[in-house]
Design a protein around this ligand. Structure first.
Ligand SMILES: Cc1cc2nc3c(=O)[nH]c(=O)nc-3n(C[C@H](O)[C@H](O)[C@H](O)COP(=O)(O)OP(=O)(O)OC[C@H]3O[C@@H](n4cnc5c(N)ncnc54)[C@H](O)[C@@H]3O)c2cc1C
Length: 367
């Protein structure tokens, strides 16, 4: 099958690699060279897919423990991969390292050019896209993986739904004096959830959800950010220093109810952007990519797209809900709520069964 992919972010690249592996003819278009850098927690389902398509991830750290707690209260839940019967929960990597590892295998299919227009399949012709060079391409299937960053979705007549959280995420990297190998932290501070991921031996990525003003104030002053992080972080990590300038992004949930048209399918952030604090956006999107590539092996493109979406949609709905609930549940500094969640974590910590279920959902093993 001839397939054109618009967008060479992690999702477009991984989809390209998987489709080439299955024998399709792929062209991938993306004009950008400078990509943003973030820490990504890859679930086991994602690691299995990368393994299947021959992508080796040397970089990053295996995730073997996740400590969840409410700052200042005793209740906490510690998930150990070994207790849950798994060697690890997943692996944390820098997004650039992931993209480089995948691009190694697909560089010959990547063309550094933007796609300017897109048209769905009609009764008489294949879907078509026009490149900035003027070339028109008419493949059997167009995969739009533009991260929702271009006007192409709207030009197909697809309308995105938005749910703003009224929050921003400040994200960055820090070096700590006493790292705990393989341990990630999900911490509820009162001001909003803070996720801390071990990306290198003593370097952690952090994503902290805050009110937009608060996030912006901290972005403008590294000294204030360090102070705020020292107060919010678990003491066991010791002293900290920033190793990259922080970035602030507004938090919004964005999704398209039915992300396809004849001959065109949307994948990745362009089809759904979810709250990043649970670290599930890429993992969720790749579970959809796996469904799609499986269907495309045996079925014509439009039926494959419809069947793959129908199978994957329940997983998308659950993951979206779970990610946004974390924000809604934990963004208030209200004492009764804090006591209840702290108690809930203490109780959950005593239940290996519950901890295994929580961990398996995060690993993409059950949905
Ligand atoms: C702070 C943060 C932390 C996160 N942490 C995690 C995590 O731990 N685990 C996880 O699973 N997910 C996580 N996510 C989500 C994850 O980062 C995204 O799901 C993923 O990056 C989406 O990739 P994408 O390829 O869909 O889009 P993008 O990375 O946005 O790529 C889109 C590409 O399309 C190109 N493009 C746009 N328009 C055109 C055009 N007209 N022509 C050609 N090319 C075009 C762009 O240049 C870009 O390269 C996180 C997200 C955030 C914000």
């Amino acid at each position: 099958m001839e397939i054109s992919i618009i967008g060479g972010g992690p999702i477009g690249l991984i989809a390209a690699r998987a489709l080439v592996e299955d024998g399709h003819h792929v062209r991938l278009f993306d004009p950008s060279i400078n990509k943003p850098k973030m820490s990504l927690a890859l679930a086991e389902s994602t690691l299995r897919l990368l393994d299947r398509i021959g992508v080796e991830l040397g970089a990053g750290q295996d995730l073997t423990e996740i400590l969840v707690n409410e700052k200042g209260l005793p209740g906490s839940m510690l998930l150990h991969a070994s207790e849950c019967g798994y060697p690890r929960f997943g692996r944390v990597v820098c997004s650039l390292a992931l993209e480089e590892a995948v691009a190694l295998h697909v560089s010959e299919f990547i063309e550094t050019v933007a796609v300017e227009t897109i048209r769905a399949r009609s009764a008489h012709s294949n879907p078509s896209i026009q490149l900035a060079t003027g070339e028109e391409v008419t493949p059997d299937l167009v995969i739009l993986a533009d991260g929702g960053r271009s006007h192409l979705t709207e030009s197909l007549g697809l309308e995105a739904q938005h749910r703003p959280f009224g929050r921003s995420a400040i994200l960055g990297r820090l070096r700590v004096s006493t790292p705990h190998q393989g341990r990630a932290y999900e911490r509820f501070i009162g001001t909003g959830p803070l996720a801390i991921l071990p990306v290198e031996k003593d370097v952690y990525g952090f994503v902290w959800s805050l009110s937009p003003d608060h996030a912006e104030r901290l972005r403008q002053s590294n000294a204030d950010l360090i102070e705020a992080l020292k107060d919010a972080m678990p003491e066991e990590l010791g002293s900290i220093e920033l190793v990259a300038d922080p970035v602030v992004i507004p938090l919004v949930e964005r999704w398209i109810d039915q992300p396809y048209r004849p001959g065109v399918v949307l994948i990745g952030n362009g089809a759904q952007t979810i709250h990043p604090v649970a670290g599930q956006g890429l993992n969720l999107a790749l579970r959809g990519v796996m469904q799609l590539t499986t269907e495309l092996k045996t079925t014509e493109p439009d039926a494959a797209v419809r069947t793959a979406f129908a199978h994957w949609k329940p997983n998308r709905d659950k993951t979206r809900l779970a990610s946004s609930s974390l924000e809604a549940l934990f963004d208030r500094d209200v004492f009764p709520r804090k006591i209840l969640t702290s108690l809930g974590m203490a109780v959950a910590d005593q239940s290996p069964w519950l901890k295994t279920k929580i961990a398996e959902a995060g690993m993409g093993i059950v949905s």
